[in-house]
Design a protein around this ligand. Structure first.
Ligand code: SF4
Length: 416
């Protein structure tokens, strides 16, 4: 096989990394200096993605795999052993040099590094640790590093990875043990969760030591995250949010990412032929948001789903779906209701509820005051009472959904 240069490897290994949703990625602006003006180029943005740092800043990351070869054969993965794709592999030193050169040109603020498994889990993990070590110790790299840990790698290696990386992640892949057994037979839910538990313990230990000794080293200060594939197995939305909630509670995860299964070239026959609607992924992110910031329990989200299929509706958001099912909890009085009740009103976000609680200390709020805090007052009206508003006709209406659901838009016939 012809030797690939770094540029060719970058094209293959950045493309292979796009299936990993553990950092929110999007395209970058194309810039080039081929016309002789300026310095450098983003080379069509190959490998550059955007993610959110723990303090909320949007940062650009070089997002690549160390290699897309793998000894495992997970059915949903384009890099699996039996997949017929062009393979490439970076050396640790090549990744370090690429990261430094992108960083110096101000293209990126950090590195997201994942990998297929070459040789053994430990060997692959050692290479990834070496990248992070060299960046931190040899080059004094202060940028963000997110390392995807390798399933079954020695806990000692994972621990070393956490001493250099800002964030560690390991994918649970599928929401049910049976799904994992069927689609990733070489992986074990028990071992994956064991690795998460080890990472959680190390994060807590070092955070505790840091409180007592300023010089104590930091371990993965941006915490750990994971990813679940949606639509590759029969798990319902209810199963997925219940699993996600258990992961947040048990392992103190910063984020669970949901990735709609996307049919890959040469897909295994055990996979569904079609990808799930992307809206399903979006509804799961909204439900996740409700559980993290709006005090919804997984049972609330399950209750918002269709009782027969266990799936959330695609045409309305889960908060509205819950409100329409539990009409007895509404209308809520904007001048009296506690924060938790206001957070359940469709159309009112956390910020709007905060503003309402502050403003009502000084005066009684009218519907127009609430309208200034929401995108759609039509959505809010049936669910609340204000000084000059009581939704008598609306809340008595048997079929409220057509009033508050977004209007279906006609798709353009020739849209791309
Ligand atoms: S271990 Fe990772 S890279 Fe290898 S086949 Fe499974 S999902 Fe793909």
């Amino acid at each position: 096989m012809a030797q690939l240069d770094v540029q060719q490897k970058l094209a293959i290994l950045a493309d292979a990394a796009k299936y990993d949703a553990s950092c929110a990625s999007s395209g970058s602006v194309k810039r080039t200096s081929r016309d002789g003006k300026g310095l450098g180029s983003t080379d069509q943005g190959m490998g550059i993605c955007h993610a959110y740092a723990p303090d909320g800043r949007c940062i650009s990351l070089l997002k690549i795999l160390l290699t897309n070869s793998c000894i495992f054969d997970c059915h949903y993965c384009i890099n699996r052993k039996s997949s017929n794709v062009r393979r490439a592999r970076f050396t640790a030193d090549e990744v370090v040099r690429l990261t430094i050169s992108f960083y110096k040109r101000n293209y990126i603020e950090g590195l997201f590094l994942s990998s297929g498994i070459i040789g053994s889990s430990n060997y692959t993990m050692e290479q990834m640790v070496e990248v992070a070590r060299s960046l931190r110790e040899d080059h004094h790299f202060r940028g963000y590093i997110h390392l995807k840990t390798i399933p079954d790698a020695d806990p000692e290696l994972v621990h070393r990875a956490g001493m250099y990386a800002d964030r560690l992640s390991i994918n649970v892949e599928l929401p049910t043990v049976s799904g994992l057994k069927r689609l990733a037979p070489e992986k074990s839910a028990e071992r994956i969760e064991g690795a998460m538990a080890g990472t959680k313990a190390a994060i807590l230990d070092t955070a505790d030591a840091k409180k007592r000794y300023k010089s104590a080293p930091r371990f993965a200060p941006a915490g750990q995250s994971t990813q679940m594939i949606v639509g590759a197995d029969a798990a319902t939305d209810g199963d997925i949010v219940t699993k996600a909630s258990a992961l947040y509670d048990t392992f103190g995860l910063r984020r669970v990412y949901y990735s709609a299964f996307s049919p890959i070239p040469d897909a295994s026959t055990v996979l569904p032929l079609q990808r799930p609607p992307l809206m399903r992924e979006h509804r799961l992110y909204q439900s996740d948001w409700l559980m993290r910031f709006y005090d919804y329990t997984p049972a609330d989200v399950v209750a918002a789903a269709d009782a027969t299929t266990g799936m959330l509706p695609l045409d309305i958001d889960p908060k509205l779906a819950w409100a329409l099912k539990f009409r007895g909890s509404f209308p809520v009085d904007v001048n009296r209701a506690p924060r938790e009740a206001l957070l359940r009103v469709p159309g009112l976000g956390v910020k709007a509820v905060g503003a309402i609680l502050t403003a009502r200390r000084w005066r009684r709020l009218h519907l127009a005051d609430v309208a200034r805090l929401t995108v759609s007052v039509a959505k809010v009206r049936p669910f609340l009472i204000a000084e000059d508003w009581r939704p008598v006709a609306l809340s008595d209406r048997a079929e409220l959904r057509p009033v508050v659901a977004p209007k279906a838009a006609q798709l353009e016939l020739f849209a791309a």
